[in-house]
Write a protein that binds this ligand. Structure first.
Ligand SMILES: Nc1nc2c(ncn2[C@@H]2O[C@H](COP(=O)(O)OP(=O)(O)OP(=O)(O)O)[C@@H](O)[C@H]2O)c(=O)[nH]1
Ligand SMILES: [Mg+2]
Length: 579
């Protein structure tokens, strides 16, 4: 699951950077934030599992200039956190562990991943992928044993560049201290953030900073309303803070000395994996919305492909198998039959050729060459290639229509250019597959001839009358010429002698058997053409086309992968940590 969240995050970021013109930037950015937060929260799951003696992690968060760094200094009784009147002063997560917490930094680097740990006094202002971790000498009167994190703001103009650091520092926390000032507490960014954090179930305290005498009660009331508008959990305790001009720091009131220690009793790390699962479920359908749209487009594409293939096969039947003039395969089988019959009168017609040929003819024919020659002159192959070309043209037209009219325009547009680019290759592969089918099918043709031959042998009358006619000898000569490459199959079909033989057989006692054999042959042919050419060759290529879409512009997450992850989400009731 963690890997899948990372993958989603990468894809969202890539797509946002490539296609900021045609996606809803704001919602994409929100989802990226949710993904970063969720990923970090899951990493926290690993962090607290690996290091069971981890001290509490407490993060001080809030809008810029609310006084976060000042509150950190007050709590630690130090001046380590840099305070400045310039907005966006703190730009890195900065952790402070109290003296007794030796080893408190253990596992932090793993948690922060690509963020680099740096000494506090060397934090670079031009890099945002770092954090610091320091030990503080003093022991706080207000804090339980913990690592206290000062964090960057999440609302200033520049905050988007260091937002990931903020989210990581937030997701790490067992407890949150939200610092707001009277100027900032009502900002939308504060309440958007607090709404997003509800699913993390972190016990929270609010510091209401920069208070002036007399404003406290009114602000408290308003603050509570704001909280209740975005969160269902109880309104947290609020620490009112007034400024101490002499020391330049706000004062933590003595009345609230124990508040953080008390709050730490509410921390329950055992609920971590359940909370992770709930967090993922909360956003799941929102994150997957564009992925599901891609899947729907792919399904629609598959329907279009299936329909085109169905149409192509109908054309093949209409223009070849069932076409009275074009269909030649069965005639070819008849020609093979005549060769099998070895008509005695043939010798006279083949005087020259007989000397060259050693009878029976089947033994001397170079089968491979014969087959190639037959394929060369095949009307069927010409027609199949035409149908393939026509099918691709129609598919391209449909892709263009979709790119003009539907949602997922870019998806359809890119599918169109992918297919256009590869059209020649598809056709080439189709032609090769058609040739291979055609050559292999000669075996079926020969088997058909055998079937007829055996039938004829059961019918000596028909056989004898066949042998007795001169026209049979003519037809056989033509059939042999076909074998020798002297004529093409199409000429054979129209040769008068062949036509006569065909009608002779059709009208004979084996006429209905002939029909049956012809129909069987057509069925086999249809089946093989469908499977080898339109399903295995063209169909497979077209079905896999969406997978070739660029992962920079599209999510390209296969349905099966999504299904597997979704199953994890519903099945693992004990949480995601195991995944
Ligand atoms: N008047 C008044 N000023 C305060 C108070 N607390 C902090 N300040 C001043 O407000 C300014 C900002 O304080 P910081 O603690 O740096 O605020 P921050 O939230 O860390 O700000 P960023 O790191 O920039 O996001 C500083 O000049 C502080 O001296 C307060 O309670 N009252
Ligand atoms: Mg600061």
């Amino acid at each position: 699951m963690l890997e899948f969240i990372q993958l989603l995050n990468y894809r969202y970021q890539a797509i946002l950077s490539q296609r900021s013109h045609d996606v809803d930037k704001i919602s994409y950015q929100q989802r990226i934030d949710q993904l970063v937060l969720t990923e970090a929260f899951m990493r926290r799951g690993l962090f607290i599992k690996d290091t069971t003696l981890q001290p509490l992690q407490v993060s001080v968060i809030g809008p810029t200039q609310a006084g976060k760094s000042s509150v950190v200094n007050v709590l630690l009784d130090s001046n380590l956190a840099n305070v400045s009147p310039l907005a966006g002063h703190t730009i890195h997560p900065q952790g402070y562990a109290q003296r007794d917490n030796l080893g408190a930094g253990e596992g932090l680097q793993r948690y922060f991943g690509r963020f680099q740990q740096m000494p506090l006094d060397q934090m670079p202002r031009d890099r945002h992928d770092c954090y610091s971790f320091s030990q503080v000498d003093s022991k706080s009167a207000f804090l339980p044993d913990c690592v206290l994190w000062d964090t960057p703001d999440f609302d200033s103009i520049d905050s988007s560049v260091y937002r990931e650091g903020v989210l990581r520092a937030i997701a790490l926390a067992d407890m949150i201290i939200l610092v707001v000032s009277k100027e900032k507490y009502a900002d939308q960014s504060v309440w958007d953030m607090m709404a997003a954090l509800e699913a993390l179930h972190q016990p929270t305290l609010i510091c209401l900073n920069k208070l002036s005498e007399g404003s406290e009660e009114l602000l408290l009331h308003s603050l509570k309303q704001k909280w209740q508008a975005v969160r269902k959990d109880a309104f947290p305790e609020v620490v009112p803070m007034y400024y101490q001009k002499q020391i330049g720091l706000p004062l933590w009131p003595n009345s609230h000395k124990e508040v953080l220690k008390k709050l730490s009793n509410q921390v329950d790390r055992k609920k971590q994996s359940r909370n992770e699962q709930a967090l993922v479920q909360k956003y799941w359908s929102e994150w997957l919305e564009p992925i599901v749209s891609e899947h729907n487009a792919a399904l629609e594409w598959q329907k279009i492909v299936d329909q085109s293939i169905k149409q192509a096969l109908e054309n093949y039947q209409r223009d070849y198998l069932n076409h009275p003039h074009h269909y030649e395969t069965f005639q070819h089988a008849l020609a093979e039959l005549l060769a099998l019959l070895e008509i005695p009168g043939l010798a006279g017609f083949l005087t020259g050729a007989r000397r060259v040929l050693t009878w029976p003819i089947r033994k001397v024919m170079n089968l491979g060459q014969k087959r190639l020659h037959i394929a060369d002159s095949s009307q069927e192959l010409v027609l199949l290639n035409q149908i393939a070309e026509h099918t691709l043209i129609q598919l391209l037209d449909q892709l263009m229509d979709k790119a003009d009219a539907e949602s997922q325009r870019l998806w359809w547009k890119e599918m169109g250019s992918l297919l256009r680019r590869q059209r020649q290759d598809v056709l080439h592969n189709f032609t090769q597959a058609a040739l291979a089918y055609h050559l292999a099918f000669q075996q079926d043709v020969e088997k058909t001839a055998q079937r007829l031959y055996h039938k004829l042998q059961e019918q000596p009358l028909v056989l004898n009358s066949l042998r007795a006619t001169r026209v049979t000898a003519d037809a056989t000569a033509i059939a042999l010429t076909l074998h020798m490459g002297g004529i093409g199959i199409h000429d054979l079909v129209f040769a008068p002698a062949m036509l006569t033989i065909t009608s002779l057989l059709t009208e004979s006692a084996i006429g209905s058997y002939m029909h049956k054999v012809e129909n069987d042959l057509k069925q086999q042919q249809l089946h093989k053409v469908k499977q080898a050419l339109f399903v295995d060759s063209m169909g497979k290529f077209l079905a896999l086309l969406p997978e070739q879409l660029s992962s920079l512009n599209h999510f390209n997450i296969p349905v099966a992968q999504l299904k597997a992850v979704e199953q994890q989400l519903t099945e693992k009731r004990h949480g995601l940590r195991l995944l």
